[in-house]
Design a protein around this ligand. Sequence first.
Ligand SMILES: Nc1ncnc2c1ncn2[C@@H]1O[C@H](COP(=O)(O)OP(=O)(O)OP(=O)(O)O)[C@@H](O)[C@H]1O
Ligand SMILES: [Mg+2]
Length: 254
Amino acid sequence: MLRIEHVSKSFGGLTAVADVSVDLANNRVTGLVGPNGSGKSTLFHIITGFYRADNGWILFRHKPIQDLPPDVISRLGLIRTFQQTRVLPFLSVRDNLLAVAPEQLGENILAVFFRPGAINRQERGNRRRAEEILQLLKLSHLADRPASELSYGQERLIELGRVLMCRPQLVLLDEPTSGVNPSLIRHIVQVIRQLTAQGIRFFVVEHNMPLVTELCERVLVMDAGRLIFDGLPETAQRDPAVIEAYLGKGCEAT
Ligand SMILES: Nc1ncnc2c1ncn2[C@@H]1O[C@H](COP(=O)(O)OP(=O)(O)OP(=O)(O)O)[C@@H](O)[C@H]1O
Ligand SMILES: [Mg+2]
């Protein structure tokens, strides 16, 4: 589904991503781990069009996307969340989902006059989709509450919900469980499982190794911009290069 070929990105003298090549194939959930500053978020920014790679190319469903802007990439079905949550606190939970519904005809002034039926159909479709997602996320009871009343973990769920409104095929999650309490983490895991059963694929940056092992059928490890491991999560934890990468940085994940 996603193929990355020889992708690099430098900031001044610092190489954040160094010649990374990988094919995500059709794995349900692929993990991306690595010490702080190893280039994980930068790679996500590049894949989703927020940064332009210095070299290399990226194919999403066989289509080159390395030169496309983020909105075009997301319309192709490749959508990300950010490491920092971005909900709109003053809108209701439901409206936080509706605000991102793609291609809203109602925003097009000509369509408002000439295609009112189509607008109504689209809005009904979006509302139905939002209700389905709220149900899946177990947030229906909060639909009319302002998003400012949500806990941090629930905000992360809404962020995922906003991604789902765009009917993604591949979702990139950057640290979806950081700062989230254990019971909500269980809920997020269940939601991801349900979505993979519907055919949605995930690429997830996650520091919590037990969770990576549980959730991911495959894990990639980055260190100093390079891909140093690609294989099973159980094997990653015993891999000398991976251990060295974490110990060298005195990191939490070992
Ligand atoms: N816009 C930028 N300008 C300059 N340097 C940057 C920029 N974005 C990232 N970097 C640097 O690139 C390197 C990789 O950063 P990145 O955020 O991709 O790491 P990460 O693996 O996501 O780390 P973390 O686990 O802490 O989130 C770091 O040294 C970071 O300081
Ligand atoms: Mg990061």
